[in-house]
Structures are given as C-alpha cells and as structure tokens.
Design a protein around this ligand. Structure first.
Ligand code: HDE
Length: 702
C-alpha cells in the first residue's frame, strides 16, 4: 500500500503546502506554496483523505464506520430542494431602489415616499413554464419579482413582464399550469406552450385571449432581461396618512429600452447558449455596468375605477396609459451578482403577501388566491416556517414577535415569555399604536352580498383589450403575432383544438383569425365563438406598441468580429476600439482559437471558435476578412450560417472589402444595415437596431 503522496503531510492538512501535493492515485490536490484551510466533515473534524473510502482490504468491501464518507454522501443526497412549481428557472441580481418622486400624497410606505432614500433590493427574473435547467429564450411570460428590504419590513412586488394574466380566478391556476407544462404521460415538450394540452385549455377559456396575444407577440421572447418591462399586474391599494386609499398599478420600465428577439433567433440561441439571459445579466454586472429600471405607478380613485368600462379587479385587464398616465416614483439599480446561486436564488422566497404599511391588497380574485399560495409553497420548498430567517429573505429592519421553534429555527429566543399580552416581560414586543403599523384598509371589505362561487358580470368582456393590443401593433409586429400563433397551432395535433382557437381569435379580430388560418394552410377561419359580452372597438394605443419603445443604445450590446488568417490588423483594431469606446462588448471569433496570424504577422487573441459562437448570440456582426480567407469560409457551412443568420435576423453587418465572397454566398443584399468595416461610426450607430425594412425580404409575411 505504498503512498505516492509527495507533499509534507502535515502541511496538506492545514496551512501552506511545501510541494505539489498528490494523492494515492496521483491526483493533484494543491499547488506548491498555496495556502489553504483544513478540510473537515460537517461537524468540523479534520479529514486526512478525501479520495478513498475506508476499505476492509485494498480490494475488500467498504466499511460502514467510514464516518467521513457517510457524512459527505448523506449531505450530498439532500443537496436539492424542490424546484419552484412555476418560474423554476430564473436569474437574480442585487442592488437598490431609490425613490426620486415622493408618493407621500398616496402612501405612508417610506420606500415610495421618502425622496432620495435608497432601499436594498434583490430581483429575480424568470421564465414560467420550464424546469430549472430549461433554456432561457423560449416563448413564455417572464417573471419580474423584486424584494425590497424596506425599513418597514420586506415588500415583495411579484410581477410579470406582461401587464395582464391568463385567468381571472386563482381556482384555475393549477389547471393552467398543468396544461402548459410537459404533458404528464410523455414528459415533453419542455418549456413550450406549442402543444395540445395548452391550446386545448386556452381554447376553452376565452379570458386567456388578452394575455395570449401579448405572449405571442415579440414580448414573449425578450432579447435580454435588461430589455423587458415589468408589471405588478394586479390592482393594489396605496393608503396615505389620512387613511385614504387609491387603487394603484405598478410598472417597471428598463432604461435600456424594450427589445425582443426574432423567433428564429430565439430558437437558435436556445441551442447555442441555453443560459443566454442569465449569462447576459451576469456578464453585464460583472463587467461593472449597472442595470436600471424605472418604477412608475398609475393611481385611480374608487370613483374613477367605478367609471371604467371594465373591472379594476379583473387581472386580464390593464389600465390605459392614455387615460391614467404613468407617474414616476424611482429607479431600481442592479449592480451586484449573487455570490451563491443556491442561497440567493433557490432559497429566495417571494410572496405577494409581503407588504408594508401604506400598501394594501385589492379584491382581485387572482391576487387573493396568490396570498395563500406563495407562503404555502415556501413551507414546502424550504422545509418549514422559518424561511424568513435565511439570509436572502431576512428583513433588514427589526423583527420581534412570539413565533417560535419549527424546522431550521436559527434564533435562540431567550426568556420564559413566548406569548402576548404579558406583563412578565415589559420590554418585550407589543402591538404598535404609532400610526406606522400595518392596518388593513377597510375598502377591501366594503363589498357585501350573498356568498357564492360566482364571477362578477363586470369581468365578462374578454376581447376588447386583446383587440386593442393587436390593432396597436405595427404591420410587422402584427405579422409576428400571426406567425407565432400559426407556429404554435401547427404543433397541435388535434385539429379540433386549432378550430376552437381560431373561433376565439375571431372575436379578437376577424383579420387576425383569417391570417392565422391562412398560415396554417386553411381556406378560412371558422365563425367566431359565442362571446359572453360583445367586444367594443377602441382606438389603438401607442403605449401598447413594442417596436417604438426601443432605446437603441449601443452600450451593453454584443458584437462579434469574424476574423481569419491575414485579417488586416489595423482595420480590426480601429473597429474594435470604436466599438469598445461606445460601450459595446466585442468578441473576436475565428475558425480556431489559436494560431490565427493577422496580416501584420501578429497572432490574434481570439475569444471564441466559430463553431461555438453563431451570430444569433450577438446584436450585430462584423466580417474583417482577407479575400482568400473569405473564399475559404464561403465553403464552411458554419461561416455561411453565421452571415446568413445575421442577415435573416435583421442585424447590422459591417464587412471588409475582402469579405465579399462570403456575403454573396450567404445571400446578403445591400441595405441600410450593411456597412463597410472601415465605417465604424455608422456601424456603431446601427448595432442596437434591427433592419426592419429587410424583414419582408427574408421571411414570408403572414
Ligand atoms: Fe405566481 N407563483 N401564481 N404569478 N409567480 C409562484 O411561488 C401562483 C401569478 C410569479 O422568482 C410560486 O415561490 C398562483 C401572477 C412570479 O421566486 C407559486 C397564481 C403573477 C413567480 C405561485 C399565480 C405571478 C411566481 C411558485 C394564480 C404575476 C416567481 C414558487 C392565483 C403578477 C417568484 C413560488 C420567484 C411563483 C402561485 C399567478 C408571478 C406556486 C396560485 C398573476 C414572478 O406560489
């Protein structure tokens, strides 16, 4: 049993290794000179050998007395906690919210009313349908959840990137989720709504049409978590110092502007980099940039709410911005990545129930159901009622009460008094009477009438706002919605479901239904389904558009420069410098990562190999190639796809003179977004935008 360990054994256990440390199998444990802590069991006992189990003989059975092995494996066996039943996949970032405009007129919540005050936050941005390991760029609604660690307690604003929801009543949520998730017999498709069970359910549920149109629009495939809007969705209440209540809707607007992907691009990214959104957010913050979203509110009095042609409590409706303009409140700045994914993402527990004085609930029946569900799910996922003690969930203000014990209790509550009222502990916590406590607003309970499983008549119009959303889009966006619907329905095998969806779409807009039918190859759409209430026609709204909201900043965008042997170093460096100066993240891509000699004889510092870096991963591409290299690349399918896709995805392309052959083989035609690589200024101005005018030339318009 000769040991090949060549290190000073004592120094390997703790302290500085004198030599390179090797184990019995030749494993390298430690560089010479490195300083390290002693490896221990979970109970703190120092471990001498972390590679070999305790054996009865060199080729004998393992011994049950190997406490080091048992300690290690029994912990490992329990490393996973149940993933979130929805929104399992998400990315988090930390930072602060700063109030810039006081809402003191409406609320006593200090987070929203003390101008200049900074409140620490953590945000989790997620997909809904896919599991923890699913791809980021699938078509889906995105979660937009923010925990504000306010000085009055934690406030969780748990919203989405779409301002309305599929259903009106919480009772339907498990059915909706079961319908969209993997079909239970086969376990697929993952993270996709394009399958029978989802469309079967929504075809029977006309209230889903409004949300459906949003998610079938480009909003369902955000370019980045940095370029999507967020919404509180439900109507909440703000309550001021006089006890007056206003209804409120919350809106997040990204300072980077709204930008989405193109479907073909989203599909290809899902294969090339399933972590596309997570990586983008991480790299942005890791590179020292801040991600900013502005918070706005819309406020309404009870009287204004009563005058609306729909119910303010109906979560399938939004409040038109034209009638109730957005009022600024402050800015959220995300500037810190998590240091441990499990501790700060998996264990992060949101609940709409977490509110602070000055903010209150409405009677929205979907919200009311959520008030139960979130804490209930945390108990299951995090193993008991003490999840608020986990670092990531812990309020940053004092917590004092008589909640005691339970699984994973970390506090050591001293003293004999664990109840209230009491006189034995006069310094213990008492009910607050200073006007700063949470007291439910009586408005929530003014409704009266016979109890029952009922739906208010005021919730009956399912199509007017869906129609307005569709009518408000540009011709291109409308055709994207049509194409998305035709794509999803083409994946549905039961033709009857297609017909039922088309019949519902007919209520939204007859032209929409006819175009989707045509996209499916049908002669016509069936007649509209009977509607609970005839939809109204309303004027298009600029606020509902997608395209017009793009901020088009070059900063924070990613550009790939494709190079190869004999690339002109001067041209390359000048382009690179100008892009970097504009805040663009530049990656040099080449057929191989080593050995690319530039024209001046230097070897290029290549960031990525062409095979692993398709152009869908970038906002724009440049081809700085010598003529011979371009000719060779024109025979390489990867290179041709790189250019063809950049063109098909409506991206700006800067090309050197020598790149001509590759452009031709890839079918690139000249337009506003094709520039010479020497014209860095024009290229920089184009990297964030899409060549929308190119769209009809590269894709049939449905
Ligand atoms: Fe959720 N939802 N939800 N949801 N939801 C969860 O809570 C639920 C709804 C939203 O990043 C779960 O901690 C019900 C609307 C986000 O951790 C669960 C209903 C909106 C997240 C749950 C809804 C959301 C969740 C799963 C209908 C937008 C991720 C794990 C009544 C306003 C939070 C968890 C995070 C997560 C229940 C509908 C947003 C099961 C019952 C509407 C952003 O409790």
């Amino acid at each position: 049993m000769g040991s090949v360990r060549s290190a000073n054994k004592k120094s390997l256990l703790a302290g500085t290794a004198m030599f390179e440390a090797r184990g019995k199998g030749g494993e390298i444990h430690q560089r010479a000179g490195a300083k390290s802590a002693a490896l221990t069991t979970g109970e703190g006992t120092r471990i001498s050998d972390n590679q070999n189990t305790l054996r009865a003989a060199p080729r004998g059975a393992s011994l049950i007395s190997d406490m080091v092995f048992l300690d290690k494996l029994s912990h490992f066996d329990r490393e996973r906690i149940p993933e979130r039943v929805v929104h399992a996949r998400g990315a988090v970032a930390k930072g602060y919210f700063q109030c810039t405009h006081s809402l003191a007129k409406y609320t006593t919540a200090r987070v929203l009313s003390v101008k200049g005050q900074k409140t620490p936050v953590i945000a989790r941005l997620s997909t809904v349908a896919g599991g923890r390991g699913s791809a980021d760029t699938v078509r889906d609604t995105r979660g937009f959840a923010v925990k504000f660690y306010t000085d009055q307690g934690n406030w969780d604003l748990v919203g989405n990137n779409i301002p309305v929801f599929f259903i009106q009543d919480a009772m339907k949520f498990p059915d909706l989720v079961h319908a969209v998730k993997q079909e239970p017999d086969r376990g697929f498709p993952s993270a996709a709504s394009a399958h029978d069970t989802f469309w079967d359910f929504v075809s029977l549920m006309p209230e889903t049409m409004h949300h459906l149109l949003w998610v079938m629009s480009d909003r369902g495939i955000p370019r980045s978590l940095r370029t999507m809007e967020g919404f509180g969705v439900h109507t909440y209440r703000l309550v001021n110092a006089k006890g007056e209540s206003h209804f409120v809707k919350f809106h997040w607007r990204p300072q980077a502007g709204l930008q989405c992907l193109i479907w073909d691009e989203a599909v290809k990214i899902a294969g090339a980099d399933p972590d596309f959104h997570r990586r983008d957010l991480w790299e942005c913050i890791d590179g020292g940039s801040e991600v900013r979203y502005d918070l706005f509110v819309q406020t309404l009095t009870q009287k204004q709410a009563d005058a609306l042609p729909f119910d303010v409590l109906d979560p399938t409706k939004l409040i038109p911005e034209e009638d109730f303009p957005l009022q600024p409140v402050g800015t959220m700045v995300l500037n810190e990545n998590p240091s441990n994914f499990f501790a700060e993402n998996e264990q992060l527990a949101f609940s709409p129930m977490h509110i602070v004085p000055g903010i209150d609930f409405s009677n929205d029946p979907l919200l009311q159901g959520r008030l139960f569900s979130y804490n209930d799910t945390q108990m299951h996922r995090l193993g008991g009622p003490n999840f608020a003690q986990l670092e990531v969930n812990r309020p940053r203000c004092p917590v004092a009460n008589f909640q005691r014990d339970g699984f994973a209790q970390h506090a050591k509550h001293a003293g004999r008094v664990a109840y209230e009222p009491n006189l034995l502990d006069p310094s213990g916590p008492r009910e607050a009477a200073d006007g700063l406590m949470y007291a439910p607003h009586p408005g929530a309970d003014t409704e009266s009438g016979p109890a029952g499983r009922v739906r208010a008549e005021s919730f009956a119009d399912h199509f007017t706002q869906a129609r307005q959303f569709f009518k408000s889009q540009t011709a291109l966006q409308q055709s994207h919605i049509v194409a998305a619907l035709a794509f999803e329905l083409s994946k549905v095998q039961a033709t009857e479901i297609r017909q039922r969806v088309l019949a519902q779409l007919g209520n939204v807009d007859s032209d929409l239904a006819a175009r989707v039918a045509k996209g499916l190859g049908l002669k016509a759409a069936p007649p509209p389904a009977p509607a609970a209430k005839t939809p109204r026609s309303v004027a298009p709204s600029a606020a509902l558009q997608t395209e017009s909201k793009d901020a088009l900043q070059a900063g924070g965008r990613a550009v790939a420069i494709l190079i190869d042997t004999n690339t002109d170093a001067k041209q390359l460096n000048s382009l690179k410098a100008k892009l970097s100066a504009a805040g663009v993240k530049v990656k040099l891509i080449a057929p191989s990562v080593h050995g690319i000699k530039l024209h001046d004889g230097t070897e290029a510092a290549v960031d990525g190999q062409l095979d692993g870096n398709p152009s869908c991963l970038f906002d724009a591409v440049a081809l700085v190639l010598a003529a011979d290299a371009a000719k060779a690349l024109a025979k390489n399918a990867c290179a041709v796809d790189f250019v063809r896709d950049a063109f098909g995805h409506l991206k700006a392309i800067a090309a050197s003179q020598g790149a001509e052959t590759l452009l031709t083989v890839a079918g690139v035609a000249t337009d506003t977004h094709i520039v010479n690589a020497t014209d860095a200024k024009s290229f920089v101005a184009l990297v964030a935008s899409r060549a929308w005018a190119r769209e009809p030339k590269v894709r049939p318009q449905l």
